[in-house]
Write a protein that binds this ligand. Sequence first.
Ligand code: ATP
Ligand code: MG
Length: 505
Amino acid sequence: MGKTVLEMKEVTKSFGATKALKQVSIDLREREILAICGENGAGKSTLMKVLSGSYENGSYEGEICIDGKPCVFKTPADASAAGIEMIYQEISVHLDLSVAENIFLGRIPLRAGLVQWKHMHEEAKIYAEMVGLKVPVTTLLRDLSASQCQMVSIARALSRNPKILVLDEPTSPLTDGEVEDLFKILNRLRDNGISCIYISHKIKEIKQLADRVCIMRDGMHVWTKPASELSTEEIVEAMVNRKIGNLYPKEAVELGEVVFSVKNLRVKHPYNRKKYIVDGVDFNVRQGEILGLVGLVGSGRSETVNAIFGAIDGSYDELSIEGKATRIIDPQDAIRKGLALLSEDRKVNGFIPTLNLARNITLARLDKVFRKGILNREAEQAIGRDYIDRLSIKTNSERDMVTSLSGGNQQKVVLAKWLLAEPKVLFLDEPTRGIDVGAKAQIYQIMTQLVRQGMAIVMISSELTELVGMCDRYLLLADGKIRAELGREDADEEKFLRICSGSNS
Ligand SMILES: Nc1ncnc2c1ncn2[C@@H]1O[C@H](COP(=O)(O)OP(=O)(O)OP(=O)(O)O)[C@@H](O)[C@H]1O
Ligand SMILES: [Mg+2]
């Protein structure tokens, strides 16, 4: 066993009345990948923000020791200087800068006051290649997918030559293939003597990758054990402190009328205007049905639902809702016509950070809280409390800001908003991203209730197990076209991958 490189001792951190961390102690060894698991709001990200200097020394109690020596971090730069690099749960890249500029942000190479572009681009290329990023380093991040942006943040961290690399749910925006690439990188780093702390809700990943697993619950450290001795059930039960039965409560629901259909949907490629990222997609969905859109990143899944919703530009020959032909102008119009979209990027399309929880939840149904043009605060707060309860959102009050919630709980707020909207068709783009197993089970149960009441659901997910578990029918997309349609009885993950990766571009 390697020597201990990092110790965090008895760390306690409060936010007002919330005790996010209660005397948490962990240690990390040389050449080790330590996984941290815990439910949404357990305190994982907070612990890592303490480590990375995002929370200034003095704003918490406890001690951080590196190689046995106590360290004081007042800023992320201090932690970075001590060899700690962090990849955050929220994507933290600059969209208007290039890949190379993002990698070298804060230390752009200068000579005599001039940027050494050539030098910078050459070096950036090395790191981009290291993480398998196959775009020119001059590309603006705005033109990259979420997963490519994530690769850029990893390249940036690596370029700083860290001793300890912290990854907080790095795989949320990644597809299975990209996850494998990332794991290869992490294993190689470990062989080169770098230690990693890895946070994920995907137990499968953890079992595959980690040397030891640390469980956190309610701001406390529960235990740390070697991964090889643990079963998935043991990890899950320690996280949630109860047993979870069947994760996928799939029921046979009698299908009703076709409630939504679209013909020849097309969306232009964002930066290659000659190409289409969605290229003639036709589909329909019935009341009571859960339809899965399966595909790799770049297959046009998200663009399909965003174009339907009017959130991005697209065209179609025909779109009908409950048998009536219509056109959708923008998202407001889509909501009015009975559609709802839980989007992949909750920060951009999901909630408004300056509004509190209850107000965010009621945003798409202001008619429920306005009486004769006057806001009824009590109604608003009652609705807020109701959904906090129904989705077990971890918060002190419905008046708290959404930004004070943990990542997974923010996702639940967005979901609550769409549940309250009671749409006819609910489009879910990665609905359980960043959500812990217990909460996932709740979301699947809610989906089951909704379709039982006659709602139609169109679901996108990179977690193929979840699609196999929940959908009635599947459309397999590659290069913007539907390549196959499968029924529930024919669905399996390998078949999905085979068909979706058999693209010819
Ligand atoms: N800036 C903040 N202000 C107030 N409360 C906060 C803040 N940041 C975190 N919290 C609270 O601290 C607790 C722990 O949050 P944290 O983000 O560490 O959870 P997590 O384990 O990372 O969860 P997730 O899996 O959802 O990302 C939560 O109850 C959260 O609401
Ligand atoms: Mg977190």
